[in-house]
Design a protein around this ligand. Structure first.
Ligand SMILES: Cc1cc2nc3c(=O)[nH]c(=O)nc-3n(C[C@H](O)[C@H](O)[C@H](O)COP(=O)(O)OP(=O)(O)OC[C@H]3O[C@@H](n4cnc5c(N)ncnc54)[C@H](O)[C@@H]3O)c2cc1C
Length: 412
C-alpha cells in the first residue's frame, strides 16, 4: 500500500509538518528512532510574536518583558516579549493533531531510499520497506536523504549552558539577556586573538537561572571547553559561581548551510531544509509558522493525477523556499559571512548599531518577516549608522564576496 507522505524525524520540525499534513486529511506515517513522545532535548527560546497562533503563544513556560542586550558599553532595552517554549505542551499539541489524523509511527531509524516514477520506497532499520508518494526528510541538520550543494566552510553556532542555582544571581531575576558581549573578564590578547562569545541568560524568577556562553557563528566551531571556561570566568568576574547544576546544555549546529537542491524527489523540513536563520540560529518559529503552507502545497500537488515524487517535492520546496525567501536567505548568508570577518570590537559596535534601529527593523530582520526591500533597507540603515571601522568591514566583505551579494540582489 502506498501512503501519501512519510515524514522522517519527529523533532520540532518533523512533528510540526506531520501535524499540518494530518490536518489536511492526508495519510501520513512518521519514522522516528525514539518514541514520538520522547522529550525534545533542547531548550527553545523564541520571540512571542513569532508563534503563529494564540494557542501556541499560550505554550510558553516562561515569558520575559524585561529583555536587554549589551554591546559596545551600552545596555539596549529590547522592547519585545521573549519566551521559552514549553516543549512538552507544544509536543503534545502537535501529537494530538497527528493522532486525529490517525498517523502511524515506525519506531526505528530510516536507512535508505529509492525513488520510482509514482512513489519513493524507504527501507527501515529492520529491513521493512515503506512506500510513500512523498518522503519528507526532517532528520535534522545532517539530513539522511536531502542533498545540498557542497559548502567549503561550515560556520557553527556553539554554546555551553547551565540551568541551575548560583551563589549570586548571574542576571537580574525576571530578566532576559539576549546577548551580553561585555568582555572585561578577558585579557587584551584573548579579546584580540580568540573568537568572540557572548552570554545568553535568563532568570526564571524562582532562584534558578539559565546562563549560556555562546559563539554566534564561527568556522571551525568554538570548542565546548573554551565556552565552558569562558562562562565560569565571566561568572567569577561578576562575583558569582554555579551552586548546583540542574541541566547542562551543549549546543552545536550549522548556521550557513546552503539551501538544498530544489529539484530532488525528497522534500526537506527544519534543519534538513537549511531553515536555520543565518542571523540568529533560530528555526523553531519558522518550522511552526510554515508548516500549514507547505502541507497545503503538498496536498494540492497530490491532488493532481499521478504526480511523481519529484513534482510533489517541488511543490513543497516552492512553498518553503519561494523566490523572495531564497533571495533574502542569500542576503542573510552574506550578512553572516560579514560578521564572521569582524573582530570582537567591530562585532560589538555592529550590534550596538543594529539594536539602535527601530524595533520593526531589527525584530523583522531576526524573525525573517521583512520583505526583500525591507531587509535591504535595514542593511543600508545599519551601514549608514555604523562607525567607520564597521562600515569598512561591511565594504570589505562586499569586495571579498561579490558573488554572494550579487546572487542575492540580482538572481531570482
Ligand atoms: C542545544 C540546542 C539549542 C537550540 N536552541 C534553539 C532555540 O532556542 N531556538 C531555535 O529556534 N532553535 C534552536 N536551536 C536550533 C534548531 O532549532 C534545533 O536544532 C532544532 O532542534 C532543529 O529541529 P529539527 O526538527 O529540524 O531537528 P532535530 O530537533 O534534530 O530533530 C530531528 C529528528 O530526526 C530524527 N532522526 C535523525 N535521523 C533519523 C533517521 N535516520 N530516521 C528517523 N529519524 C531520524 C532524530 O532522532 C530527531 O528526533 C537549538 C539547537 C541546539 C542543538
Amino acid at each position: 500500500m502506498t501512503l501519501d507522505v512519510l515524514v522522517i524525524g519527529a523533532g520540532p520540525a518533523g512533528l510540526a509538518l506531520a501535524a499540518a499534513l494530518c490536518e489536511t486529511g492526508m495519510r501520513v506515517e512518521c519514522v522516528t528512532p525514539t518514541n514520538p513522545t520522547a522529550p525534545w532535548p533542547n531548550t527553545y527560546g523564541i520571540w512571542e510574536d513569532e508563534l503563529p497562533t494564540p494557542t501556541l503563544a499560550a505554550m510558553l513556560k516562561h515569558r520575559w518583558t524585561d529583555c536587554v542586550a549589551y554591546a559596545a558599553g551600552e545596555e539596549h532595552r529590547l522592547e519585545r516579549v521573549y519566551g521559552l517554549l514549553d516543549n512538552s505542551r507544544v509536543q503534545a499539541h502537535l501529537l494530538a493533531a497527528c493522532e486525529r489524523g490517525a498517523i502511524r509511527w515506525h519506531r526505528q531509524p530510516a536507512r535508505s531510499i529509492e525513488h520510482g516514477a509514482a512513489y519513493s520506497s524507504v527501507t527501515l532499520d529492520d529491513a521493512s520497506v515503506v512506500r510513500a508518494r512523498l518522503v519528507v526528510d526532517a532528520s535534522g541538520h545532517a539530513p539522511i536523504f536531502v542533498r545540498r550543494p557542497p559548502l567549503r566552510e561550515i560556520a557553527y553556532q556553539a554554546a555551553y549552558g547551565v540551568v541551575g542555582t548560583f551563589t549570586q544571581p548571574p542576571v537580574r531575576d525576571g530578566r532576559l539577556v539576549l546577548m551580553d558581549y561585555r568582555s572585561d573578564h578577558l585579557t587584551e590578547a584573548e579579546r584580540r586573538n580568540e573568537p568572540p562569545t557572548f552570554l545568553y541568560a535568563m532568570g526564571f524568577g524562582d532562584g534558578r537561572h539559565f546562563v549560556e556562553e555562546t559563539s554566534l557563528a564561527h568556522a571551525p566551531a568554538v570548542p565546548f571547553d573554551l565556552l565552558k571556561a569562558r562562562l565560569h570566568r565571566r561568572l567569577a568576574y561578576h562575583g558569582c559561581a554555579v551552586a548546583e547544576i540542574e541541566h547542562e546544555e551543549f549546543c552545536l549546529f550549522p548556521m550557513n548551510m546552503p539551501v538544498p537542491l530544489l529539484d530532488q524527489p525528497v522534500l526537506g523540513y527544519g534543519g534538513a531544509a537549511s531553515m536555520v536563520h543565518p542571523a540568529s540560529g533560530y528555526q523553531v518559529g519558522a518550522a511552526l509558522r510554515n508548516a500549514p503552507t507547505v502541507a497545503q502545497a503538498i496536498a494540492e500537488a497530490l491532488a493532481v493525477s499521478d504526480p511523481s515524487p519529484v513534482r510533489i517535492a517541488r511543490a513543497g520546496w516552492n512553498a518553503l523556499w519561494p523566490a523572495e525567501r531564497l533571495r533574502k536567505h542569500r542576503l542573510y548568508l552574506f550578512g553572516l559571512q560579514t560578521l564572521l570577518s569582524f573582530d570582537e570590537g567591530q562585532l560589538q559596535r555592529f550590534f550596538a548599531t543594529f539594536f539602535h534601529l527601530p524595533r520593526q527593523s531589527w525584530g523583522g530582520y531576526l524573525s525573517n518577516t521583512l520583505s526583500m526591500a525591507e531587509v535591504m533597507q535595514t542593511m543600508a540603515r545599519t551601514f549608514l549608522a555604523a562607525p567607520m571601522d564597521v562600515r569598512g568591514g561591511l565594504m570589505a566583505a562586499a569586495f571579498q564576496h561579490p558573488g554572494m551579494l550579487a546572487s542575492a540582489l540580482w538572481n531570482a
